[in-house]
Design a protein around this ligand. Structure first.
Ligand code: MG
Length: 394
């Protein structure tokens, strides 16, 4: 039996891990369509050739001809298009599994569009759940679409919890690498450069998620993700810093038992799990060698040095539209940091300011994905204005 796949975000770090797994099992998968939100058409054309994708779409509407030419040059026999209509055409193709791996809020609209009866969605796009989790999960449930957690922590938690019912789960623990600033003093972190913040100890990832890992906002977004995926409230969610990243998540049950999800820190392993379901793929991916680690370290997160994580806990407790605001403000602040308009320490400060500015008028969670996108837009505009004003003052 072959699984027909639509891959959204084919050239990013998660997309590349999924492509790697697909290519190791050519008889098991048929790639119906691939999409890139970026603009590297040569990389996309190469993925098209290697996977034999039938249809290829790129977000930038100016890139239609360049993409067609790159596909021809790569020797890929695929139809193609550019812009929103082309992306929609890709999502609408017949598929058993849609891999949602477009980073940022850009992935939200298209991931929601992927909801369709008879499909499963392997979800790596955090913003879909952080920004519009209530509406997205409600629509997925209504359509009978299974959501498979592709993010490594959530995948580990999901495997560890098995078919336990929610009231048997006392807590879910997400582990965090601690990022490049794990041992840095607060003042040094506040003054960190983009180059320093982009140096993740274990994974090579896109810029946005690398900065989020450095501020630990990534773990904050993952808490909110876990809340929506597993129906567990913030009081039952915990973060543990674990630099070796051998343990990805732990499920504590009410009888005191703890089941942990472990694997070598390699995104292809959770990808292989999602792609292999309902069975297991036979892979030669890196195996976890605990003796080689020798020891595993754990420590509580330091919310004083990593205030972004505390803000995410607060936004989750606050609920309503607050996580949407948190996510939007963070995305703008990270962009401003990467373009050197604000310092690293300002990222969390801006997010806090945005959450305070919107408090009191976002008590209801967005009722639909368009509503979430509208609030997202508003929070982005507010944060942009703060960045610009801060620069004028400076
Ligand atoms: Mg993760």
């Amino acid at each position: 039996m072959t699984t027909r796949i639509v891959l959204l975000g084919a050239t990013g770090s998660v997309g590349s891990a999924v492509v790697d797994v697909i290519l190791r099992h050519p008889d098991r998968f048929h790639v119906e369509a691939i999409v890139s939100a970026g603009s590297d058409v040569c990389a996309l054309a190469s993925v098209a050739r290697r996977t034999g994708a039938r249809f290829v779409a790129v977000a930038n509407p100016q890139k239609a001809e360049t993409l067609a030419r790159a596909l021809a040059d790569a020797g890929a026999d695929a139809a193609s298009g550019a812009g929103e209509a082309a992306i929609d055409e890709a999502v609408d193709r017949d598929a058993d599994l849609v891999v949602a791996a477009i980073a940022g809020t850009a992935g939200l609209r298209v991931t929601h569009r992927a909801i369709r009866p008879g499909r499963r969605i392997a979800l790596a796009n955090k913003e879909t759940l952080v920004s519009a989790g209530d509406a997205f999960m409600r629509d997925a449930r209504a359509a009978g679409v299974g959501i498979l957690p592709l993010d490594s922590e959530h995948n580990a938690l999901w495997q560890a919890m098995g078919d336990a019912c929610s009231e048997d789960i006392e807590e879910l623990v997400l582990t965090a690498s601690g990022g490049p600033f794990r041992k840095w003093a607060a003042e040094a972190i506040a003054a960190a450069t983009p180059e320093e913040a982009l140096r993740h100890p274990n994974y090579s990832m896109g810029a946005k998620i690398s900065i989020d890992s450095a501020s630990m906002m990534n773990k904050g977004l993952e808490l909110i993700e876990a809340h929506h995926l597993f129906g567990v409230d913030g009081a039952r969610l915990r973060v543990l810093v674990h630099p070796q990243q051998a343990v990805h998540g732990l499920v504590g049950f009410r009888d005191g038992s703890v089941v942990a999800g472990l694997a070598a820190p390699d995104m292809r392993i959770p990808a292989a799990h999602c792609l292999g379901l309902p069975g297991r793929l036979n892979t030669t991916l890196p195996r976890l060698d605990l003796a080689a680690f020798g020891r595993l370290d754990f420590e509580p997160p330091d919310l004083a040095r990593f205030p972004a994580l505390g803000l995410a806990f607060e936004a989750l407790a606050e609920g309503g539209g607050m996580p949407t605001v948190l996510n939007a403000a963070n995305e703008v602040a990270v962009g401003a940091f990467l373009s050197r308009r604000i310092g690293f320490g300002r990222i969390a400060a801006l997010v806090r300011d945005a959450c305070e500015a919107f408090a009191g008028r976002v008590s209801h969670a967005p009722d639909s994905v368009p509503e979430a996108l509208a609030l997202d837009e508003e929070a982005r505009a507010w944060t942009h204005a703060q960045v610009t004003r801060g620069m004028a003052v400076a």
